[in-house]
Design a protein around this ligand. Sequence first.
Ligand code: SF4
Ligand code: SF4
Ligand code: SF4
Length: 191
Amino acid sequence: MSAPITKPESSRRQFFNGTVRGAFLFLLGAATTLLFRRSQPKRTVWQIDPYKCICCTRCATECVMHPSAVKCVQVYPMCGYCKLCTGYFEPEPISLDTGAENQLCPTGAIKRRALEDPYYEYTIDEPLCIGCAKCVKGCVLFGNGSFFLQVRHDRCVNCDECAIAIACPPQAFQRVPADKPYLMKDREHQA
Ligand code: SF4
Ligand code: SF4
Ligand code: SF4
């Protein structure tokens, strides 16, 4: 009867050393990757502080994109759903209907929909919006300020120096972390 085959002591030691070396290299690689990631500056993008914007209209004309990468957004929890929306209608509309002559928006980008009387919903058709801020100004003057401008990152090319930021009188543009790219309005900040 032949003796059982056992691994020689030297090959067991070689196997053990190889395993330890492998684990060590793996941990070293993971630590290096972590350190590398931590040392990288966080990517940032341009955004508008809605509480600084004075609706000067330059967002529509200064952007390198045509139409502008800046769009109006609507915060529904802040909106009054007003029948006479001062962001939608001209200051002295002929009538409170959707006739183009009554609308403040030069491109017809705001859609008005009747809800339960006397409430109306206002939504932005973004591809039509040129970022002129006329509706924002109208809403801030007499409404709740639920319309405001934001850089839309599906359109913005994140220029090193944003042409609008350079032209913006109140310096409302700032760089924000790319993983939190919007500066939203909320009721707590309402004047
Ligand atoms: S340039 Fe500045 S102040 Fe003028 S509309 Fe744009 S964000 Fe507002
Ligand atoms: S008024 Fe100007 S900012 Fe407002 S939705 Fe129309 S194009 Fe956009
Ligand atoms: S970074 Fe460039 S593309 Fe984006 S809003 Fe400014 S000018 Fe327009």
